[in-house]
Design a protein around this ligand. Structure first.
Ligand SMILES: [Fe+2]
Length: 282
């Protein structure tokens, strides 16, 4: 993510989420992660924006197969820059592709991590979980990720303005939403272990001077519990738990079409935040 103040934002992620600075990036950026191994986020100086996003591919031949499909579909595909490979632990070799909205997306191999999943879930999320990218047209992005990369659609809003896509057992590891601007970070999400952790997190965020700006609530698509808050750059950060799991190697699944109304986005009702609109009222 590019952010107006790298130091302030890095300090925030340290205090609030326990992310530590792993090392400097060229041009005044900072790389943040938990434990040792691949990073969670990169912060680079600039206007608030999404520079790239990435996925870990755990199948042995996953990177090879994605590379073949991306090239066959005519997308430019380059090796990951050395700065993404150069880790003391793990070997995240992979590729960089430009998605249909022009944002760079990385696919890298499995990472050996030390400490990342050793969370005290009341104090630190378990893991990065999903990114939701904003676009002006969901269909080309969804087609790219489904037909080329290999994701599956779990749920959609029936107006076609929101799609949730999965790449493992979790209901979504990526979502795409029409927000009237392409190539932006709509929000991104970290997993908590369980509902019990939410009260701890809401109290901790309050103590840290961070407003819980949406939730607690439960999403319809994914059935996950959530709260949201904002980082100093204005990015919407979600904490989530209980996401629906898919065992679709044993079932034929047809993506559900949810009504584009506020109570689909939050089953418990209440106000949506100003940045989340649905095309119909309840
Ligand atoms: Fe989300």
């Amino acid at each position: 993510m590019s952010v107006p103040d790298v130091e302030v934002t890095a300090d925030f992620y340290g205090r609030v989420l326990g992310l530590r600075i792993q090392h400097d990036l060229p041009g005044g950026g900072l790389r943040l992660g938990w434990g040792a191994g691949h990073h969670v986020i990169d912060l680079t100086p600039g206007e608030t924006g999404l520079s790239h996003y990435g996925f870990e591919v755990r199948d042995d031949d996953g990177i090879t197969k994605i590379t073949e499909r991306v090239k066959a579909a005519g997308y430019a595909c380059t090796e990951l820059p050395q700065s993404f490979i150069d880790y003391p632990i793990g070997s995240p070799h992979g590729i960089a592709v430009v998605d249909p909205d022009g944002t760079t997306v990385h696919f890298h191999g499995a990472v050996e991590r030390q400490g990342e999943n050793a969370a005290d879930p009341g104090r630190r999320p378990i893991k990065f979980q999903h990114i939701t990218v904003g676009t002006v047209n969901v269909e080309p992005m969804a087609k790219f990720f489904v037909n080329v990369v290999g994701f599956r659609i779990s749920d959609q809003l029936e107006d076609g303005r929101f799609a949730w896509l999965r790449s493992n057992r979790d209901h979504h590891t990526l979502a795409v939403v029409n927000v009237g601007r392409a190539g932006i970070l709509d929000h991104y999400s970290y997993d908590l272990a369980e509902w019990e952790n939410f009260k701890t997190w809401c109290d901790r965020l309050t103590d840290a001077g961070v407003t819980v700006s949406w939730g607690p609530g439960r999403h319809g698509p994914g059935n996950n519990l959530f709260i949201f808050f904002e980082d100093p750059a204005g990015n919407h950060v979600e904490l989530s738990a209980e996401m629906e799991k898919f065992h679709d190697d044993r079932v034929t699944y047809v993506a559900r079409q949810w009504k584009p109304i506020p109570s689909s986005v939050n089953l418990w009702g209440g106000q949506l935040p100003h940045w989340r609109k649905t095309s119909q009222e309840d």
